[in-house]
Design a protein around this ligand. Structure first.
Ligand code: C2O
Length: 506
């Protein structure tokens, strides 16, 4: 184990990933933002200097459980204040998980302006063999900046004319480019980390001519799953690792086909596809730079691999019995003329005082009382309870649900229908765990986790439009164990790194 220290100066830089130049949020003058590589057991220390000038910021380490270090989760207005322009904050935590993660700003719809990158935790003894590895990020991309897009999206005009339709991406990117070439050697096994770092639509992709074997989802090793003639789909926030074996000769190069979900962007929104709109992007596995780069065949007709059917390699048993069931009925609503989303009829609003700070300072006798957390959809759970979350999606579009601080077990995720109280007959005794799950329109999912990680954890749709429109809740976990202002209390989480700087308006 070692310390990995990064000194990051966050600024605006110009970039043209799809040929259109615009300001993006970069690190140390560079964009795309760098991939972080650590070994399991390392301590990651990142000094973040905010030199954006006009916006607060922060970094969330998506998928890192932050076990005992919930103050380092980086969720603005939940576990910390945004870092104001001109200020800095040090994140520091031990990395005790292996696999594929990412980091992104969790501040006011900011990460789709480019502030996001891969975080790969290497394992000295993975349960599979490979020769080399590389990373692929998938995303939607916009020519306008998020504050402008969000203002239009969250406007009465949008609600009146377009019923709250989301802004359309201008392009799709692979590795933050529309022209990515990945050099490969013949006859090798590659571990490919694939991360959907996008804002809204899910992505499906296929390596032309190369079979994929799934070995990890969201940091959880899986029993090897050969995709055969199925496509893989990632919702925003999700990751997977696959093994591919390269051809034994270098006579040809091969396309990587990636497609943004047209159901999410168009059909479920009652919107027609504009003429010449291209939801796809191609990258290439390059064996020989002198050979042509072939166009991608269209794989649209293939079925998706069902990620609920994956099996965790450790075969962790289904958590039962359930101690605490939380049912979330999620929907859209017009509130004050604006298109908003609701959970049990409440729309989330960012808190002026971070919820973790509230939970830690109200006094132990009030900490378990949801009323002290305001109108933020607080769900208070006790230490070590088995919690079952049921999400009924009453909306006509898909939503990828993400929980901070945990990898939950996925029991069921049907294509249609709300939870009736009945579990499916085929619920696995060793369900797959992950931290983000796509929920179908007018359908539900049931997931479980053990409340073993005291802290305040966001539970939200990972579509950044929907985060800003209030599709968010907080799990106030084990507040009875919080140190309550006494950082030396050492009962639950260590709050000594708590950032209580007052954010500036942006
Ligand atoms: Cu990727 Cu709330 O996070």
């Amino acid at each position: 184990a070692k310390d990995v220290y990064l000194d990051w100066n966050v600024t605006w830089v110009n970039a043209s990933p799809d040929g259109f130049e615009r300001p993006v949020i970069g690190i140390n003058g560079q964009w795309p933002c760098p991939q972080i590589d650590v070994d399991v057991g390392d301590r990651l220390i990142v000094d973040v200097q905010n030199h954006l000038g006009n916006q607060s910021t922060g970094i969330h380490w998506h998928g890192m459980r932050q076990y005992g270090t919930g103050v380092m989760d980086g969720a603005t207005s939940v576990t910390q204040c945004g870092i104001p322009p001109g200020e800095h904050m040090q994140y520091h935590f031990d990395v005790n998980q292996t696999g594929t993660y990412w980091y992104h700003s969790h501040n006011m719809g900011q990460y789709p302006d480019g502030f996001r990158g891969a975080l790969i935790v290497h394992d000295p003894k993975p349960p599979f063999q490979y020769d080399d590895e590389f990373t692929i990020t998938l995303s939607d991309w916009y020519h306008d900046q998020m504050p402008d897009l969000l203002a239009k999206y969250q406007s009465a005009e949008n609600e009146a004319a377009f019923h709250g339709q989301e802004p359309l991406p201008n392009s799709a990117l692979i590795n933050d480019s529309t022209n990515t070439k990945i050099k490969v050697q013949p006859n090798k096994t590659y571990l490919v980390h694939i991360i959907c770092v996008g804002n809204w639509p899910g992505h499906t992709w296929v390596f032309d001519g190369h079979e994929m074997t799934v070995v990890e989802v969201d940091g959880v090793y899986t029993e090897p799953y050969v995709t055969g003639n199925k496509k893989l789909r990632l919702a925003t926030g999700q990751r997977t690792s696959v093994l591919i074996h390269t051809k034994s000769d270098t006579s040809k190069n091969f396309a990587i086909w990636d497609s943004m979900d047209v159901n999410m962007m168009f059909f479920n929104e009652d919107r027609a596809i504009p003429a010449n709109y291209n939801p796809n992007v191609t990258a290439w596995l390059v064996y020989d730079e002198a050979k042509p780069l072939p166009p991608a065949p269209v794989f649209a007709e293939l079925d998706f691999a069902d990620d609920v059917a994956f099996i965790p390699a450790d075969r962790e048993a289904l958590l039962e019995p359930v101690n605490h069931q939380i049912i979330l009925d999620t929907s859209s609503a017009v509130i004050n003329g604006m298109p908003r989303f609701t959970i049990n009829n409440q729309t989330y609003l960012p808190q002026d005082v971070p919820t973790l700070y509230t939970a830690n300072t109200v006094g132990p006798e009030y900490a378990s009382n949801p009323a002290v957390y305001g109108q933020v959809n607080p769900f208070v759970v006790k230490h070590n309870e088995v919690v079952e979350l049921v999400i009924n999606n009453h909306h006509n579009n898909l939503h990828p649900w993400h929980l901070h601080g945990h990898q939950f077990q996925v029991l069921q995720r049907p294509d249609y229908g709300f939870f009736t109280g009945q579990y499916f007959k085929n619920v696995s005794k060793t369900p797959i765990r992950r931290d983000t799950i796509m929920v179908q329109p007018q359908a539900h999912t049931v997931v479980r986790f053990r409340a073993d990680n005291p802290g305040v954890w966001l539970l939200h749709c990972h579509v950044e439009w929907h985060v800003e429109a209030g599709l968010m809740a907080t799990i106030i976990e084990a507040p009875e164990t919080f140190p309550h202002g006494n950082a030396g209390g050492k009962k639950g989480l260590d709050t000594s790194g708590f950032n209580t700087q007052v954010p500036t308006e942006d």
